[in-house]
Design a protein around this ligand. Structure first.
Ligand code: FUL
Length: 457
């Protein structure tokens, strides 16, 4: 009689997704990503849409006393906006369902301050519905931004507001299909309208929001969604709003509060967020957020200050190429469309991305455990871009690497680097013509688990 081997039994017990990973004899090292984090790593680039009454008042932070009557986009077209994002290569879109001014872009039951009180579509409109539907139609994932700070709510600062915030989250997480990311901003408390009080309200951001219980609600309603904040629990802020991670960027992180002590959203020593913590106890990869314009919201005067496709490609290399994600904000204008300049830039960026990774000169095979690999093109070719990835299921292992090209009759160093993680992109200042490129892992506490080494023209 044939008994299953121990290995067969082990494999049978594995979830289906784990079987998709290449077989390995290597033991995992350090903190490991969850399945939801792994799915998120696969996205790499996605967009923000910052849209609220600010779009109509020309502000970045609304005070909370804006009249909902001013929210009246004249040619709102969710399909057109999502299509433009898709042309830019975006895999998802996160909508500011409520920004600090408290105006809700969906017909919430929690407050009167919403689209229901606006003339747009006779008070029957629902921006969250239209954007989430359009995203799914175009194959993009949908995420929600729900500002913890609410300058409109009379109850802000009291326990009743936490109930209200959770009720809003519950509406967003139950009525709009699968959510890939929930975005909790760190800007918390200050002056505002607060139901007419017009005063300053300070909250203690280490205790007021009781985050663990809010996050538990997200886990319950949308178990696959990653939760973003300054400190995770799934995705961390990179520590700047310029769209780049540090040259060395670990997926592991040990967040500390601004003045030491425990960290919380709005209270993190952000100087460490760009690099993370080598050997940190949590898998907490970085997300690099930035706007395509100087501001997060649309302003007429910034129509001429849209980042170019080349600027965006540079940021892509400095975010995705350093193991983080790239979250690019493109704000709708007063028509409820993306401005022509932004649309053109997105399209140009999408094309540049395709061009950059169009011609594969070669990839290395049988990577498990080895410290040295060669990609042989079989003929001389001009190469400029190299992509490396680690098998994240085995943790972040590599600490330093070097790349050499065969030039004349010897290996010559062309680049070196540190962290790899989900993705490390190396772009040489100028193309090098060679027929083979070598990767050497020069520092790793355990056998490396490189899952990709590809050279592009
Ligand atoms: C910040 C907010 O204050 C900005 O308005 C914007 O939403 C940005 C993404 O996060 O903290």
């Amino acid at each position: 009689m044939n008994h299953p081997t121990r290995r067969q039994l082990l494999i049978a017990a594995l979830p289906a997704a784990a079987l998709a990973a290449p077989p390995t004899k290597l033991a995992p090292y350090g903190a490991l990503p969850s399945e939801r984090q792994l799915a998120w790593h696969g996205m790499e680039i996605y967009s923000f849409l910052h849209f609220t009454t600010n779009t109509f008042t020309d502000k970045e932070w609304g005070y909370g006393d804006e009249d909902p009557a001013i929210f009246n986009p004249t040619a709102f077209d969710a399909n057109a906006m999502v299509a433009a994002l898709k042309a830019g290569g975006m895999k998802g879109v996160i909508l500011t369902c409520k920004h600090h001014d408290g105006y809700c872009l969906w017909p919430t039951k929690t407050t009167e301050h919403s689209v229901r009180k606006s003339p747009w579509k006779g008070g029957q409109g629902d921006v969250v519905r239209e954007i989430s539907d359009a995203a799914r139609r175009h194959g993009l994932k949908f995420g929600v931004y729900l500002s913890p700070w609410d300058r409109n709510a009379a109850v802000y600062g009291t326990p009743a507001y936490i109930e209200m915030y959770r009720a809003q989250l519950r509406e967003l997480l139950t009525n709009y299909g699968p959510i890939f990311e929930v975005w909790h901003d760190g800007a918390n408390g200050g002056d505002g309208y607060y139901g007419g009080a017009r005063e300053k309200r300070k909250i203690d951001n280490t205790t007021y929001y009781d985050w663990p219980n809010t996050w538990a609600l997200t886990r319950q309603l949308q178990p696959d969604a990653v939760i973003f904040s300054d400190v995770g629990p799934d995705i961390r802020w990179v520590g700047n709003e310029k769209g780049f991670a540090n040259e060395t960027c670990w997926a592991t992180f040990e967040p500390a509060g601004e003045k030491g002590g425990p960290a919380s959203p709005g209270n993190v020593n952000a100087k460490q967020s760009g690099t993370g913590t080598r050997g940190g106890s949590k898998w907490l990869p970085a997300e690099c957020d930035v706007s395509i314009r100087p501001g997060w919201f649309w302003h007429e005067k910034e129509n001429g200050r849209v980042k170019s496709p080349a600027d965006l490609l540079d940021l892509y290399f400095k975010s995705v190429g350093r193991g983080a994600s790239f979250l690019l904000n493109v704000p709708p204008d007063r028509r409820g469309l993306l401005h022509e300049n932004d649309v053109a830039s997105l399209k140009g960026f999408g094309e540049l991305l395709q061009q950059t990774f169009r011609t594969r000169l070669g990839s290395a095979k049988a990577l498990d455990g080895a410290r040295e690999f060669t990609v042989n093109f079989g003929r001389p070719a001009a190469m400029q871009t190299i992509r490396l990835r680690e098998n994240l299921r085995l943790g972040q292992r590599v600490e330093e690497f070097e790349l050499d090209a065969w030039l004349g009759d010897a290996w010559q160093p062309i680049a070196q680097g540190t962290s790899i993680g989900s993705c490390r992109l190396v772009r040489l200042a100028a193309a090098v013509t060679t027929d083979k490129v070598r990767l050497r892992i020069t520092k790793s506490p355990v056998a490396p688990a490189i899952s990709e080494f590809t050279v592009f023209a």
